[in-house]
Design a protein around this ligand. Sequence first.
Ligand SMILES: C=C1C[C@]23C[C@@]1(O)CC[C@H]2[C@@]12CCC[C@@](C)(C(=O)O1)[C@H]2[C@@H]3C(=O)O
Ligand SMILES: O=C(O)CCC(=O)C(=O)O
Ligand SMILES: [Fe+2]
Length: 372
Amino acid sequence: MPARLSDAFKSHPLNLQLKHPDFSSLQELPDSYAWSQNDDQYPSSPGSFGAEQDSVPVIDLSDPNALKLTGHACRTWGVFQVTNHGIPSKLLDDIESAGRSLFSLPVQQKLKAARSPDGISGYGFARISSFFQKLMWSEGFTIVGSPLDHFRQLWPQDYNKFCNIIEEYEKEMKKLAGRLMWLMLGSLGISKEDVKWAGPKGDFRDASAALQLNSYPACPDPDRAMGLAAHTDSTLLTILYQNNTSGLQVLREGTRWVTVPPLPGALVVNVGDLIHILSNGLYPSVLHQAVVNRSRHRLSIAYLYGPPDSVQISPLSKLLGPSQPPLYRPITWNEYLGTKAKHFNKALSSVRLCAPLNALVDVSDHNSVKVG
Ligand SMILES: C=C1C[C@]23C[C@@]1(O)CC[C@H]2[C@@]12CCC[C@@](C)(C(=O)O1)[C@H]2[C@@H]3C(=O)O
Ligand SMILES: O=C(O)CCC(=O)C(=O)O
Ligand SMILES: [Fe+2]
């Protein structure tokens, strides 16, 4: 039996003995939340140089050129937004209000659904908090498998309504994620025969996923706070819905942060570390962070999509040749999450087999140079 996603942190417990704050009661930024340059190794604010033409690609999924555009966005940005994706706007409204309802519960109520130190699901600080001296101005709720037990604790009367929303959202996201996988892989010349674990219908039936609800309350001193520190996602791809408040930034060319503006009805797609491995580095995973805001509460919902539990991800053989050796060793999603829990932003380099042949490749590979 392969280890299940829900067991990913059994051997990497997170023992954060931290008090969960009531953000709305804080009129000033406590020192434990005040970040300085030294707490984070990346550039501090969005750069304006070249900003006019430098915006994250937006791809209309009904465009006949969607395949080519997706490939280009994955090679050059590692992130893009999609429109005409087929997710009903009512469902996006429903998931947003479910998130709002969850995070506006009293702290004591939310703590009834706290994530256990070695667990994956539940309420708590971002897992990556343990790598930083300072706390992040955010709270999160992770769902892997059924949220029923936790939701019963949170909403003893209404849990069914919220479970149904999550179930519907996950069903629709799974379909969209499968479509996006074929756009990404198709533009590399990969077809259904090349990816056996996509299943007999090529619909990635056995894929695993986690749903992460993120809340970033309005912050009294946003310039010194950090919503979610810079990281890459340990996924194949992530589909992110953000409410109408900006905050997501991606690192561009290793030098400056570019904001991903919320576009009504659009969804953000991030290239994750496992597509980075699968594509043998052709599609680099994108380093991103979330900043906070003085007056507005920001919410985001991330659908973190990965392979079936038993599948070892390794560079696709069609992309390899005498001058393209495999750059990463095979690894399951579960194992990779364990590696991330240990090495954080050096996880990708820790599964790397050999240094790139061409030094120029190295320069653009942020995970081996800037991060790892
Ligand atoms: C499957 C997962 C990826 C994730 C850790 C998790 O177990 C569920 C939450 C995910 C998340 C969301 C916020 C940022 C992040 C780095 C974190 O701390 O938890 C990601 C993790 C990841 O992609 O590595
Ligand atoms: O809130 C955001 O915009 C980013 C969230 C994120 O990066 C994540 O959940 O992995
Ligand atoms: Fe992320």
